[in-house]
Write a protein that binds this ligand. Structure first.
Ligand SMILES: Cc1ncc(COP(=O)(O)O)c(C=O)c1O
Length: 380
């Protein structure tokens, strides 16, 4: 059965006399028990922080999406990255983080974890099998993101997981870009796949959420226990909304990935553009890895503009009428940002010209193209 069919039917109740097609939302802190003997049982939910039936249904949807053994839910995408890392490390460890990671993940590792006595080393996202040379006896985790945030490098995931497995190192990937629909990292040997469900699964730019899907039950338990100890809890209303997004994510994703590739192809021919950074674009330096490991694209990509003044880039973005100016992606509306002020790289190549990122929404591709075309007139 295809994923969209599964997502449409997941948690469907047995037909009754007017049974609701969607699960109920149970809001609770206190859960009541008939007998005092049941209060301390470990095989049943004891308290509101431990979730509800709708949480279980959403976890099941993420397990299905990724082919995982267990999922933990989080109140943001960033939390879905940081908790799994925390579940695998201890003071004195060395961890490897892709230089192309989402900025706040970088600050968490290089800032917060440093204070806890954990050393973060950035690696070049194009390192491939040579990652083995960076592994130390105390390396506990490799954190990937493919494509990378803002610069869209694709990593040789199988080569990295092979080296990690040979040395007993846990691999974690931020899989937000692909929504788990165009990349299945667990099949490539990755241990934990993390999602900012805020993006495609929320789909309407009005909710924050995250999920981490583990390849084995053991890893899933480690992530869940860390989340439990640190007091992680997700509102059932938010969880319900993400489950709602699951119903329609496949067709929304398909339209958005098609729009992003069509715009990338067109911008690749534009005289004011130096380079298009979209893994599905034939000129992308890692296109061969994308073709081997991915089955499709995503809704965001960047372009490196021909060298120009920063004021030109700001004027271009300000002139866009359909693209909102704001962070995030995967929602119904298109967004654009200039990236240079937030671009932090230590060990990978600099790109040269100014970098602009486009997130494609559900508008008609031709309208978005016309909008970019008129705004590009602002660049002399
Ligand atoms: C790749 C990636 N990972 C994680 C996050 C964090 O997600 P959230 O905003 O839900 O915390 C983002 C948000 O932009 C992201 O782009």
């Amino acid at each position: 059965m295809e994923k969209e069919t599964h997502f449409t039917h997941i948690s469907r109740p047995k037909a009754g006399m007017g049974t609701a097609v969607n699960p109920d939302i149970t809001r609770a802190s206190t859960l009541l028990f008939d007998r005092a003997e049941d209060l301390y049982r470990s095989d049943i939910r004891g308290y509101g922080r431990h979730g509800s039936a709708v949480h279980d249904t959403l976890k099941e949807a993420f397990n299905l999406l990724e082919g995982g053994a267990g999922t933990s839910l989080f109140p943001s995408g960033l939390a879905a990255c940081t908790y799994p890392i925390l579940s695998q490390i201890k003071t004195g460890d060395h961890i490897l983080l892709t230089d192309s990671s989402y900025g706040p993940t970088r600050y968490f590792c290089d800032g917060h974890l440093k204070k806890m006595g954990i050393e973060t080393e950035m690696y070049n996202p194009r390192i491939g099998a040579d990652i083995e040379n960076l592994l130390r006896p105390n390396t506990s985790v490799i954190i990937m993101e493919s494509p990378g945030s803002l610069t869209f490098e694709i990593q040789d995931i199988p080569a990295i997981t092979k080296a990690a497995q040979a040395h007993g190192v846990t691999t974690i990937i931020d899989n937000t870009w692909s929504a788990g629909l165009s990349l299945n990292p667990l099949k490539l040997g990755v241990d934990i796949s993390c999602h900012a469900a805020t993006k495609y699964f929320g789909g309407h730019s009005d909710i924050m959420s995250g999920a981490a899907v583990s390849r084995t039950e053991k890893l899933a338990k480690q992530v869940a226990l860390t989340a439990k100890h640190l007091g992680n809890a997700c509102s059932p209303d938010d969880v319900y909304q993400i489950l709602r997004g699951f119903r329609t994510v496949v067709p929304r994703f398909r339209q958005q990935e098609a729009t992003s590739l069509a715009l990338a192809n067109w911008l690749g021919t534009h005289s004011k553009v130096q380079q298009v950074l979209h893994p599905a674009h034939e000129t992308h330096p890692d296109h061969a890895f994308w073709k081997r490991d991915f089955t499709g694209g995503g809704c965001i990509f960047s372009v490196v503009m021909k060298p120009c003044h920063e004021t030109d880039i700001l004027a271009f973005i300000n002139a866009l009428k359909l693209f909102g100016i704001g962070y995030s992606y995967g929602g119904f509306e298109s967004l654009a940002i200039h990236c240079d002020p937030q671009l932090k790289r230590s060990v990978s190549a600099s790109l040269g010209g100014p970098l602009v990122r486009f997130a494609c929404g559900l508008e008609a591709m031709e309208d978005l193209k016309n909008d970019i075309e008129q705004a590009l007139n602002e660049i002399s």
